[in-house]
Design a protein around this ligand. Structure first.
Ligand code: ADP
Ligand code: ZN
Ligand code: ZN
Length: 804
């Protein structure tokens, strides 16, 4: 009987997007399992692959079938659940199965291909400089020759058949090991060794004597040096005598830099209890329900998560907690570690490849029960999941921007069905899609209307910056904000200043009347292109020259908009001499741990003002913050995105929620040029429902989600005519296949019309019900993969796109 492995290979191209059969050599049959990674020959080279099934027959003629070269994992890295999930992702997001498989693993486990030069002759026959290099080993990485400028010599040697080149599959990350000393167990033998050491080697003798008290122990060499006041030299000598041996021990890199204090469960408020009970019931009943936990900022959603997790752990199950990358602040992760200590693994982009790998291994090996992580943590390889939580479920970072273009929410719900456990989607300002589903009872709505300690929500004041200009105030701070800052400085309370940089300087606005240039067809802000001084609609392609005067009020104060944190810092220093400002943006948080340090410093009261961009909008919970200032509420309002109003409302609500979370009441000043816009007006009361009603109405009229679904097709090519031509072909083909009530907009040049020297065109499909859509798109992909791809075209399909 033969054993055959079905393998998905690490080659992302259409003709190979299916499993291939490989023969499992006899010596591997005991080791190989589905979910293992293997090395297999593919064409002229070796590639990485995943075993997705094992069987005992094959259609491939036996003389043609190639054997598996190597099994890379003793234990499978992917569970059966993950293999199923990959197939689902492949269909659901229209991606290659290999991409779906790879996205589930830490990058350390992905393949790294190296070119290795193999010596094929006597060393002496090589030219002098090559000899130097091959002296170290018969196999040398090609980049060594490159570094030493020896590629021409190497090439000659290859021609002479003295050296051959092979492609080798390597793993990116390594298990970290430390060297330890294991003392032999046999005390008699230790005594004999000691007796045989000459009296002149006093230190060695003493060491072996001491070892007799520690027979069988494994210890750190440093401990021995310290205890015995001895050196590596002495230890090495004793090891040579056979009293001990050096061993390698696997360790985990520790991504946590500081200890956390344990905290206890809080007594829940009535609202929290009601929510928790419903979730508990679903856990007990093993119901794969999705809850939408809508709670105002500071209502104690996190406490509900924590107590849910405690229940799940108590049942012997595991918990997955997703938070947006940006709010994976130390403060947030500490709250989980303070309850569940060593049982928590953390996964986010701030970790090194090695640290991520180790956190993943802790999960894989069952050493931890809770993972707190960004989007990709939804694939945490737990086998007995009891709850999946998405905090700030409305965040756009839950959708991956490149293949596989999955949404963590969809994956979470898929896994919840697999494990028969509930999902919690938490937010103060849910996405319209989720809230609409809750209203239709697809999700179960749980509401927390009050803050946990019954503090009132902060008082929000909206300031019209056009009036400031009329009063002659040309600074970036309104009179009102300045006064509020002054009061805080006197009272020694803290201030958060938020600079909205989303959509930074990409739209054109009149400073006198607040008018922003809009597309005539789409009701979406035009995007400013500095290069040709034009404004362009990214939905339909409409474009105009930047006007010299405002079309509304004829003012000539019309210009593109935006300002940087550095500028704000300078202005603050001008108006408030001696003010202590901590600036937090991409520039000041680049170094590892700097985020953490800045927040720590602010928490310790080392600054009056925390000034920052998006990254300070979430997760901050400091008692002394009593003022939040939003310098430019409008910027995100004018993103060329149908979700611009939703995002603005969410952002304003989030950032306002940083003020007055504890005893001291909070105040918020929102500066804007368009106070009449409903997203800004309604953020004053911080009530979600009126905003929801209003925004749903807009979406209905304009034909956007959640009323309609969207799919985005992008076509790119180095040549602009080719890109336009094939985008046109795609649209033509879609028009011929899809029903009449589907609208197909485009093709138009994409937002960033040229990226990495490729021209990009796109088309947008809007539909309500179109059962044929996925099959049609798959057909299009097939045409592309079998023909267009050869002409250098690149085509992508993004279902439910974030940005357009
Ligand atoms: P959210 O996640 O909804 O913004 P948090 O969970 O951060 O709210 O809670 C806000 C504050 O209220 C935190 O400081 C938290 O410790 C506190 N808190 C939450 N629940 C309770 C409770 N039941 N009793 C006392 N304090 C609570
Ligand atoms: Zn104007
Ligand atoms: Zn338009």
């Amino acid at each position: 009987m033969i054993t055959v492995a079905q393998v998905i290979v690490d080659v992302a191209a259409y003709p190979v997007d299916r499993p291939f059969d490989y023969l499992v050599p006899a010596e591997m049959t005991q080791i190989i399992e589905t979910g293992c990674r293997v090395k297999v020959p593919f064409g002229p080279r070796n590639v990485l692959g995943f075993v997705v099934a094992i069987k005992n027959e094959t259609d491939v003629p036996i003389e043609k079938i190639k054997p598996v070269s190597q099994v890379l994992d003793i234990e499978p890295v992917l569970t059966g659940e993950m293999l199923d999930l990959a197939k689902w992702l492949k269909n659901e997001t229209i991606c290659y199965e290999i991409d779906a498989l790879q996205v589930m693993l830490p990058s350390a486990l992905r393949a790294k291909y190296e070119k290795i030069a193999n010596l094929q002759t006597e060393l002496e026959l090589l030219p002098e400089p090559l000899q130097e290099i091959f002296r170290a080993s018969q196999q040398i990485n090609l980049n060594v020759f490159e570094k030493n400028n020896l590629l021409p010599q190497l090439k000659a040697a290859i021609k002479n058949k003295q050296v051959s080149i092979a492609n080798v599959v390597k793993q990116k990350g390594k298990v970290k090991e430390v060297r330890k000393v294991q003392i032999i167990e046999d005390n008699q033998k230790l005594a004999d060794i000691q007796a045989n050491i000459s009296n002149r080697a006093k230190k060695q003798k003493q060491l072996v004597e001491w070892m007799q008290l520690h027979a069988g122990e494994i210890m750190n060499p440093e401990v021995i040096y310290k205890e015995m006041h001895t050196s590596a030299q002495v230890l090495n000598a004793v090891v040579d005598l056979g009293a001990a041996a050096f061993v390698q021990e696997e360790v985990y890199r520790d991504p946590f830099t500081k200890e956390v204090k344990r905290t206890n469960f809080l007594n829940l408020t009535d609202e929290q209890s009601v929510a928790l009970n419903q979730i508990m019931n679903a856990i007990e009943g093993q119901e794969p329900k999705t809850f939408l936990l809508q709670g105002v900022t500071g209502s104690g959603k996190t406490e509900v998560y924590l107590q849910t997790i405690a229940k799940v752990l108590n049942d012997g199950k595991e918990a997955i907690v997703l938070v947006p990358e940006i709010s994976l602040t130390p403060q947030m992760t500490e709250r989980f570690r303070s309850r569940f200590g060593e049982l928590v693994a953390v996964m986010h982009s701030g970790l090194s490849v090695g640290e991520k790998y180790d956190e993943w291994r802790k999960i894989h090996q069952g050493k931890v029960k809770v993972v707190v992580g960004a989007r990709s943590a939804v694939f945490a390889p737990f086998e007995n999941v009891g709850i999946i939580i998405l905090d700030e479920e409305h965040e756009s970072t839950y959708k991956q921007e490149d293949s596989p273009r999955y949404h963590a929410r969809d994956v979470a719900i898929w896994r919840s069905k697999y494990h028969n456990c509930p999902v919690i989607l938490g937010s103060a300002t849910p996405s319209l899609e989720s809230f609409a589903r809750a209203k239709k009872n697809v999700y179960t709505l749980l509401t927390l209307k009050e803050r946990a300690l019954k503090q009132s929500l902060p008082k929000v004041q909206i300031v019209d910056m056009r009036d400031e200009l009329k009063k002659g105030n040309r600074s970036m701070f309104s009179q009102s904000l300045m006064e509020s800052i002054q009061i805080r400085l006197e009272k020694k309370e803290q201030i958060v200043l938020f600079l909205n940089r989303r959509g930074y300087s990409s739209f054109v606005m009149c400073r006198d009347c607040g008018t922003v240039l809009q597309c005539e067809n789409c009701d979406i802000s035009l995007t400013y292109h500095r290069k040709n001084e034009k404004c362009k609609c990214h939905y339909c392609g409409y474009e105009i020259h930047v006007p010299k005067t405002c079309p509304q009020c004829q003012s000539d104060h019309i210009r593109y908009f935006g300002t940087g944190t550095q500028k704000v810092e300078e202005e603050l220093a001008k108006f408030f001499p001696g003010i202590r400002v901590l600036r937090m943006d991409v520039d000041t948080t680049r170094a590892k741990g700097s985020h953490e340090q800045l927040l720590q410093a602010f928490g310790d009261g080392e600054a009056d003002v925390l000034l920052g961009t998006q990254m300070i909008a979430k997760g901050l919970d400091y008692p002394n913050i009593t003022l939040v200032g939003v310098l430019s509420a409008d910027t995100s309002l004018h993103l060329p995105d149908f979700r611009a109003a939703e995002k603005t409302f969410q952002l304003l609500t989030q950032v306002s929620g940083r003020a007055g979370r504890h005893e001291k009441p909070g105040e918020v000043v929102v500066q804007t040029y368009t106070p009449e816009h409903y997203a800004i007006e309604l953020s004053e009361a911080q009530e979600y429902d009126p905003f929801y009603e209003r925004e749903m109405h807009m979406r209905h009229q304009a034909g956007y989600p959640p009323y309609y679904y969207l799919a985005l097709i992008q076509v790119s090519h180095e040549d602009v005519l080719m890109a336009a031509d094939y985008a046109g072909k795609a649209v033509e083909w879609l028009r011929s296949q899809l029903s009449f009530n589907v609208s197909i907009i485009g093709p138009t040049a994409s937002g960033i019309s040229r990226l990495q020297n490729r021209y990009r065109y796109q088309c947008l499909i809007k539909y309500k019900v179109e059962p044929d859509l996925i099959p049609t798109l798959l057909q299009l992909i097939k045409i592309y993969r079998s023909d267009w791809i050869k002409k250098g075209i690149n085509l992508t399909v993004d279902l439910d796109p974030n940005m357009i």
